[in-house]
Write a protein that binds this ligand. Structure first.
Ligand code: AMP
Length: 593
């Protein structure tokens, strides 16, 4: 970490967010230097460490809202940016979402507008997307929730003008919006901009990528000349530097070298998959993790076909693409946040700025166009200090893109395998057992259910002469249902593909050693294959075979390997070196339907 106070450039290294000892800006935030209104703050509480935001000089309402949000310490970007913005300086910040940059600019602006009585907006924040506009506006609202009469509105395309016009007629402190709609309102005179004293450009590089540069310049030219300007961008291409040079006045520069930091909590992985196996591979991945997932695809059409396929497989899934009306998109994100849906299939544009803490997995179903898109996509997980996983699908032709991506992000992306039947079946079994155990523990706590269950047990025992173990078997059978519990589709393509890919792959020695380890796992020689004379024609399912084996022998279900069912016979991988007695029992096995 290097901290250079003299030229206003603060360079924060790769420390974790939000570490308290990264910056010591006491001298910058002293009363003399800031000239900030001297508030008693929470000082009466005596302990300065109770709230790491005390040093900034925020009013009590802001401190209360921060306490409500559970923020204890400022993040590095907040430590660096807030004092500069409180001074009224322009600011050029390189930081990505997830670093706490929204609060870094929102809090000082809310503080400054504490006594604002004017009707028209004082602050304009421009964002590339509607989603980010909503998110930033929500942040302003929550940070000002304890401040009286503080109003923030979000103005963006795709929603009704009339509503926005009537909101803009009333008292408003902060307008957050997308460039197109802001321009429309300025042109129509429905957004009065004479009073704007601060302009924030958030995710400026995204605005540039989306072709908003001209619109932004037009808007800047309409605004009063004398204003504070804040520009945040995840990357600093020349065009952004030029905008900064042209419009910012002696800005404080803050750099959070956070590509690494942002993605540190995200386990980045890839798997090789041929195009025609992608959907199957995706379904297999979702077998292991299907709660809080975003799948990125290249086209709107694909979002629909994939979500339909996943829905047919029993997942709760929704689509986020540019054709979906804005209110529906907001509704979808809200449902994802609340857990009513688990999986989102999205295009890049529609998912920009999406901040949903419960996202645990990002699947790059289609290879991203560039490094920025990749970084943005995977940043949808690992939010607010949580860990996450990102899986990238790579086909034969995309191998060199993978290498470029690893080089440009300076990250090693770990190779994984498409989950085989064995892995999936183990997971299903594990989940079922976990659920049963949880259900048992839950009913213990629920007196009403407990009484009902005892009633049912008595009933089954008296009327049907069932004992407890047969009742348990019946209940588990009911949970499993009629569908086959274990997957038994042919998964030989996974092994073949991995071996072919491995042969073709020229990846470095490190990779080669990783691969050979994995190959040992496939050719698991702790199994022996047994043939049984029943198959599809006998109406047999994998679950029947496993339960028959377990019931007739002392073999544990977990130790049974691959089960393949053919028309009139089945092959089952069982542990090698079984006892002779067990082998005899296997010969006389009775099929349990
Ligand atoms: P942002 O980079 O503004 O998108 O913020 C990323 C996440 O960090 C959001 O969920 C914020 O609510 C959260 N956050 C921002 N500042 C803090 C803080 N000082 N302490 C804890 N969480 C924070």
């Amino acid at each position: 970490m290097a901290l250079k106070k003299d030229n206003q450039s603060v360079d924060i290294g790769d420390e974790d967010f939000p570490k308290d000892d990264i910056l010591n800006l006491d001298s910058i935030t002293s009363d003399k230097k800031t000239g900030i209104k001297s508030q008693p703050l929470e000082a009466s509480k005596g302990n300065k460490n109770e709230n790491g935001f005390l040093d900034f000089g925020f009013n009590q309402s802001i401190l209360n809202s921060l306490r409500n949000k559970g923020y204890e310490n400022p993040t590095p970007i907040q430590k660096a940016a807030i004092p500069e913005l409180m001074l009224g300086r322009d600011l050029l910040g390189q930081a990505q979402t997830g670093t706490g940059k929204t609060a870094a600019f929102a809090l000082p602006l809310i503080e400054k507008l504490a006594d604002n009585k004017e009707l028209n907006a004082k602050v304009l924040v421009m964002t590339p997307t509607r989603e980010l506009a909503t998110q930033v506006a929500e942040s302003f609202k929550s940070y000002s929730s304890e401040s009286s009469n503080f109003k923030t509105v979000a103005i963006y395309g795709g929603t009704d003008y009339r509503n926005q016009i009537s909101v803009l007629k009333r008292k408003v402190d902060v307008v957050v919006g997308t460039p197109g709609r802001i321009m429309d309102h300025i042109r129509q005179g429905t957004f009065k901009i004479k009073g704007i004293s601060c302009l924030v450009l958030d995710e400026a590089d995204e605005m540039l990528n989306m072709g908003f540069l001209e619109d932004i310049e037009w808007i800047i030219d309409q605004l009063p000349e004398n204003k504070q300007m804040v520009l945040f961008s995840a990357t600093m291409p020349n065009e952004i530097r030029n905008i900064a040079k042209k419009y910012l006045n002696d800005p404080a520069e803050i750099l959070i070298k956070s590509v690494k930091k942002e993605t540190q909590l995200i386990a980045q992985k890839f798997l090789f998959v041929q195009r025609h196996h992608k959907l199957d591979a995706l379904k297999r991945i979702l077998e292991l993790n299907n709660e809080g997932v975003i799948i990125f695809v290249r086209t709107k059409l694909l979002t629909i076909s994939i979500s339909e396929a996943l829905e047919n497989s029993g997942h709760s899934v929704a689509v986020l693409n540019g054709d979906i009306p804005q209110n529906q998109r907001e509704n979808t994100v809200d449902r994802l946040k609340k857990g009513f849906i688990d999986i989102l299939v999205a295009t890049d544009v529609a998912a920009r700025g999406l901040d949903v803490e419960r996202i645990k997995l990002v699947v790059n179903y289609d290879f991203p166009f560039d490094k920025e898109t990749y970084t943005h996509r995977i940043g949808r997980t690992g939010r607010a200090g949580r860990s996450g996983e990102a899986i990238l699908f790579v086909n034969q032709r995309e191998k060199h893109f993978l290498r470029n991506l690893e080089n440009s992000t300076r990250t090693k992306i770990e190779e994984i395998n498409i989950p085989s039947n064995k892995i999936i079946n183990e997971k299903r079994m594990e989940k079922l057992i976990e659920n049963l155990n949880e259900s048992y523990l839950n009913q213990e706590e629920n007196e009403e259910n407990k009484a009902l269950i005892i009633d049912i047990l008595d009933n089954l025992k008296d009327k049907h002469s069932m004992n407890e173990s047969s009742i348990a078997i019946a209940a588990i059978n009911l949970v499993i249902g009629n569908k086959s519990f274990f997957v038994n589709q042919d998964d030989s393509w996974i092994y073949k593909q991995n071996n072919t890919d491995r042969n073709r792959s020229n990846r470095n020695a490190n990779n080669r050693s990783r691969n050979s380890n994995r190959r040992n796992n496939y050719q698991n020689d702790s199994f022996e294959t047994y043939k049984f004379n029943f198959g599809k024609f006998d109406g047999i399912r994998v679950a029947n075979i496993i339960s028959s084996i377990c019931n007739s022998t002392n073999i544990n279900g977990r130790s049974i390997g691959k089960v393949q069912i053919f028309n009139d016979y089945s092959l089952v991988d069982l542990p090698k070196d079984l006892h002779r007695e067990t082998k005899n029992k296997l010969k006389n096995i009775k099929l349990r339907h």
